[in-house]
Design a protein around this ligand. Structure first.
Ligand SMILES: Nc1nc2c(ncn2[C@@H]2O[C@H](COP(=O)(O)OP(=O)(O)O)[C@@H](O)[C@H]2O)c(=O)[nH]1
Ligand SMILES: [Mg+2]
Length: 201
């Protein structure tokens, strides 16, 4: 099958949703970027789009409080989910953010692909493992994307990827990508895979 020709440079902000009641109507597949706060979700969107400021990158974890939608070349919607696991805001607000994430996954919306992001240097949290278990059980297609790989040397990266695989033995068939939004390593591979998957939907 010919991979679909997706122009990632043609990515545009579409809309912001604070509630699953307001999710956009869509006829194109939905790709979700998920992962804990600070995992590098917004940075990855910028790297995929080859733009600096499409998605807001924050030095402080817990800044994105809504689901932010981007249109990918008219061929898919990309949803930047609020991160779970940390918020600079109050407990009450934190609970609301994770609720939004939770509600999103449970509202019955068709999700074509999840890019599940984890900072390659961190030990996966209970929520990370729980999230992957959920995706597995729910049969939602996903790719595991380890981010910030520029922070490790090649030797360290190899070792770390090996030890991380131990956390997700239930997902041993999953496709794993190691990327850096900073030096763009692995980004082209990821784009090809996304195009490929979109062409098969
Ligand atoms: N060195 C490095 N830093 C990154 C990378 N991706 C994200 N960051 C940094 O990690 C922090 C959180 O990134 P952000 O994209 O806002 O994470 P989000 O909360 O998951 O959306 C910011 O300070 C980014 O500059 C990367 O590939 N390499
Ligand atoms: Mg973000």
């Amino acid at each position: 099958m010919n991979p679909m020709n997706v122009n990632f440079n043609n990515m545009k902000y579409k809309m912001t949703c604070a509630d699953v009641k307001n999710l956009p109507d869509t006829t194109v597949p939905e790709i979700v970027i998920s992962g804990r706060s600070n995992a590098g979700k917004s940075s990855l969107i910028n790297a995929l789009a080859n733009m600096n400021k499409l998605a807001r990158v924050s030095g402080k974890p817990g800044k994105t409080r809504e689901i932010i939608y981007f249109d990918l070349d008219g061929k898919a919607l990309i949803a930047d989910l609020p991160g779970y696991g940390y918020s600079a805001a109050s407990k009450e607000v934190t609970a609301k953010f994770s609720d939004l994430c939770d509600n999103y996954f449970r509202c019955g919306r068709k999700i074509s692909l999840v890019l599940f992001l984890m900072d390659v240097r961190r030990t996966p949290s209970e929520e990370d493992v729980g999230m992957l278990e959920f995706l597995n059980k729910a049969g939602i297609p996903y790719l595991i994307v380890f981010t910030k790989c520029d922070k490790l040397s090649n030797a360290e990266l190899k070792k770390q990827l090996h030890s991380l695989s131990g956390f997700f033995d239930f997902a041993e068939d999953a496709d794993v990508y190691a990327v850096s939004s900073k030096d763009k390593k692995g980004i082209n591979d990821l784009k090809s895979t996304i195009s490929d998957i979109l062409s098969r939907i």
